[in-house]
Write a protein that binds this ligand. Structure first.
Ligand code: ATP
Ligand code: LTN
Length: 336
């Protein structure tokens, strides 16, 4: 069914309930690739443990993230949906790639710097080598295109550098991947501080819209969103809060910034915030219903996981056997 198609890969960490940022920046775009590409969408639980997790919660969130993938429109018949730790080749390739990644390169990663500042008591080696595991995710499947939010651009560039370096030493081994970053929703900002990205592990619940928030909660959070002291709905310096709401409204309604400005000219922030809240609540209503149905069906989710892991392993093994040969590992007796 998938022969000769180019490959798309992306991943989401099961570190919390997904946000509107995850949805508009990444997941909403995933299903648009399913016809043209062979798509692998992974729940990256191995990345999640770079920050301390409660085991029972991590397990539940892994199921929930898979259910959300499907609820957001990813058909398991058309996409390979799987859990990272179910395919050990990710860890295997990550080790090899660690040996082709420089200490200096990893030290420059802004996510590492941010997360080490936030988790000063647990700056572990996994947090440091996180981007190499991400490169392994992508390169294992020979992905050409990686749909992500803007915050992952630097990691994608490092993945390209690692692929090019390895190819330079051993000859063509990996496809060099490209980031696919949406134009207007590459970065959705926190509702409490519009200079910070909306992040699913934010402790301030008012700062984030969760995909599964109830309608009245969504409307209330938008009502409280931090904006400036002005009253005109338009773009401009110092209006980061309003511009964030404009990009959310634009992404959901398909309206351009000019159209939004004229729609709300003469109206105040209150009317605008209510309109944004209502359109987001409407857009997410179907996802919430579908999630409720799927998350009650653990058996189905386990079937999807099992099928995904099998499909993904097949592709991963092909790349791994190439890599093993290139770097000079000897064959195991059973595959000789
Ligand atoms: P954490 O807070 O645990 O670091 P996160 O909210 O950054 O999590 P990830 O699982 O790391 O979420 O990201 C999943 C996808 O969502 C990635 O492609 C990422 O670029 C994208 N993404 C995350 N936050 C935003 C945002 N605020 N705006 C746009 N895209 C985002
Ligand atoms: N690092 C990403 C999640 C992630 C990913 C990937 C995204 C892990 N592996 C491979 C795209 C491709 C994040 O934190 N958002």
């Amino acid at each position: 069914m998938f022969k000769d198609k180019k490959v798309v890969f992306s991943g989401v960490q099961p570190t919390g309930m997904l946000t509107l940022g995850n949805y508009l920046g990444a997941i909403k775009n995933f299903s648009s690739f399913s016809d043209e590409y062979r798509c692998y969408y992974c729940v990256v639980d191995m990345h999640a443990i770079t920050v301390r997790q409660n085991p029972a919660e991590l397990r539940r969130r892994t199921y929930d993230t898979l259910a959300l993938y499907i609820a957001c429109g990813l058909d398991p018949e058309k996409n390979v949906l799987f859990v990272q730790s179910h395919v050990p080749a990710h860890a295997e390739l990550a080790w090899v790639l660690d040996c082709y990644t420089m200490f200096g390169e990893l030290s420059r990663m802004t996510q590492f710097k941010d997360k080490s500042a936030k988790n000063a008591d647990n700056i572990n080696a996994g947090l440091f080598t996180y981007p190499t595991l991400m490169a392994a995710d992508i390169l294992l499947y020979q992905a050409e295109l990686v749909p992500v939010g803007d915050d992952q651009k630097q990691h994608l560039e490092l993945s390209r550098d690692i692929a090019n370096r390895f190819n330079g030493v051993y000859g063509e081994t990996f496809v060099v991947p490209e980031a696919y970053i949406p134009k207007t929703t590459a970065r959705i900002y926190s509702l409490a501080d519009p200079t910070k990205k909306m992040s699913k592990s934010d402790e301030n619940e008012n700062a984030v819209i969760r995909i599964l928030d109830e309608r009245d909660v969504i409307i209330r959070k938008f009502k409280r969103a931090v904006t400036d002291s002005g009253c005109e709905v338009r773009r401009g310096e110092g209006k980061e809060g309003i511009m964030n709401l404009m990009s959310i409204y634009g992404a959901v309604t398909g309206k351009s910034p000019d159209e939004i400005e004229s729609e709300f000219s003469g109206k105040g922030y209150g009317d605008f915030k209510l309109a944004v809240g209502e359109c987001v609540a409407d857009a997410l209503c179907g996802v919430r219903e579908e999630f409720a149905r799927l998350s009650a069906d653990k058996k189905y989710l386990e079937e999807v996981m099992a099928r995904g892991a099998e499909e993904a392993s097949r592709a991963a093994c092909r790349t791994m056997s190439k890599v093993r040969r290139k770097v000079g590992f000897t064959d195991r007796a059973d595959v000789r």
